[in-house]
Design a protein around this ligand. Structure first.
Ligand code: SAM
Length: 491
């Protein structure tokens, strides 16, 4: 089932078939919405943290929910049959049982405590739930089987497809199932939560037709299992709809190898054809054994997968020490992001999380996501508000981490209210007015408005229009704190 389709399919100059605009589409407008993609499954890590039907995400121990991003009371319960998948409600459990789980449950139970990998679970779902008429559409999608055969992935693909073939009991032959598995690998979409962290795998034959650009005109947003595609900028009638398959904030060489390695093509978008150059780094002393200017980048990328404050800070400091590593060049922003989300927030180190988030908000996001309504930028701004709210009751804690905050007379109420006004102004275009995220944002604004309104000093901001709040002048002050952090990191 699809909604608001402003698109048609047509051969693409980029490769194979693509989706094109039937009419002019304005920035933030919905291009396409698929409430029920053909397949959605939680990935292996998130199998116990997601409802297997609606993909509601409930991280173990709270995770970023400590930021009050997810306010409803629903919790997840195991399917009592297999004790492998979880659901948020009886309705979700019943719907999933009818759709497929009645068959899956016995297999999962037999294998327990082992679980089938997400790609195999997704293939089995595809084999069971795809309506007959959709197969021609799926079979016409790129599978890159001949290229895959030449890679070291082929052995694993053969093994996984064999598993999917055996467990599904399909009437298709093993070779055909391998074709389905290969198409899933090339055409599946990473399902993300509302903070854009990957939590699952989604596949839908229509959404899969979108080709890639590192400078895309659209972006994909998930609300549970609903996939929406929204315009980042104006799209002309008959222009091809493009999204980015990968993190397009990465440097060109990394994007190239990711696209070639996973999707077997070389992107020829403007960003790839005339890449921004990064001048060579001068030899500087890096106080980490074995790390020199020439292997610094590799060292920093490797640090991302180690969620330890010590490792991440060491890598961040090493990049800053060069004094020539642009703040926006990956992996520096990613390291700051990891530090916030994998270390500071889980440890409730709010002032530290706030300072690093401010650094990204002020210096990185406007460059990585130039559109104010870019969903990642809006989501980051909301995380920032949540961190300000955590710190607002204990300004001393901020002063301990950022001594320059002393005597600054910061008006956190003004900043929180200003940011919330800004987010509410953009959320309709970034996520859609009726999205769960937009509802959470509006609820938070109302709650904060009531709190601020009850206080004589802070109450003055409530009711003011966004341009009259004075957010900018307060951000100028707070920029000094971020500059202090940067100075400290460089020395
Ligand atoms: C998800 S599919 C997109 C739909 C595809 N065009 C089709 O007809 O099946 C991904 C594949 O499309 C092709 N593709 C996507 N974006 C491309 C681009 N910018 N340049 C060249 N080929 C692209 C590649 O073959 C890639 O593996």
């Amino acid at each position: 089932m699809t909604h608001n389709i402003n698109i048609y399919t047509h051969p693409s100059s980029l490769g194979g078939t693509g989706l094109f605009a039937t009419t002019k589409i304005t920035p933030g407008q919905l291009v396409l919405s698929i409430p029920e993609p053909l397949v959605t499954v939680p990935d292996d890590i998130h199998l116990t943290e997601c409802c297997s039907r609606c993909m509601l995400w409930r991280p173990a121990g709270g995770g970023t929910s400590m930021l009050n991003l997810y306010e409803d009371e629903r919790s997840l319960n195991y399917c009592t049959g297999c004790r492998v998948v979880k659901y948020c409600s009886k309705d979700c459990q019943r719907a999933d049982w009818r759709a497929l789980h009645k068959v899956e449950c016995a297999i999962f139970k037999k294998l327990h405590p082992r679980i089938l990998p997400g790609s195999v679970r997704a293939t089995i779902r595809m084999l069971w739930t795809t309506p007959g008429e959709a197969w021609s559409q799926i079979n016409s999608l790129e599978s890159h089987e001949s290229e895959l055969r030449k890679t070291d992935k082929w052995e694993m693909i053969t093994l996984m497809a064999k598993g999917a073939h055996g467990y599904s009991g399909t009437i298709l032959g093993e070779k055909d199932v391998r074709g389905v598995y290969a198409r899933l690998l090339i055409n599946s979409i990473t399902l993300v939560n509302s903070t854009f962290d990957p939590i699952g795998i989604a596949f839908d034959p229509l959404a899969s037709l979108m080709n890639h650009s590192c400078d895309p005109n659209s972006v994909m947003v998930f609300d549970g299992r609903t996939v929406s595609v929204r315009a980042l900028r104006e799209i002309a009638k008959d222009e091809e709809i493009t999204i980015s398959y990968i993190d397009n904030t990465n440097p060109t060489s990394r994007r190239r190898s990711e696209l070639q390695g996973r999707y077997f093509f070389t992107c020829s978008c403007q960003k790839c054809v005339s890449p921004a150059t990064c001048s060579g780094l001068k030899e500087v002393f890096i106080d980490i054994p074995g790390v020199t200017t020439s292997n610094l980048e590799e060292y920093a990328w490797a640090a991302i997968s180690t969620p330890s404050e010590d490792v991440l800070l060491k890598a961040i400091r090493a990049l800053h020490t060069t004094k020539l590593w642009p703040l926006q060049r990956q992996p520096l922003p990613l390291l700051h992001h990891e530090l916030i989300h994998s270390v500071y927030i889980p440890l409730s180190k709010w002032p530290q999380a706030l300072l690093h988030s401010l650094l990204l908000y002020l210096y990185v996001d406007p460059v990585h996501y130039p559109q104010r309504h870019h969903p990642v930028r809006v989501t980051h701004a909301f995380t920032l508000v949540s961190l300000f709210l955590q710190v607002s009751g204990d300004l001393d804690s901020l002063e301990r981490v950022a001594p320059k905050a002393k005597g600054m007379d910061l008006d956190l109420g003004k900043i929180i209210w200003g940011l919330l006004c800004e987010i509410v102004a953009h959320v309709a275009l970034s996520h859609g007015t009726e999205s769960t995220f937009a509802q959470t944002v509006r609820r938070k604004k109302q709650e904060v408005g009531e709190d601020l309104g009850a206080n004589e000093t802070t109450g003055v901001w409530v009711g003011k229009r966004i341009n009259d709040v004075g957010l900018e002048e307060e951000l100028v002050k707070i920029r000094v704190l971020v500059d202090g952090l940067l100075e400290e990191m460089k020395n």
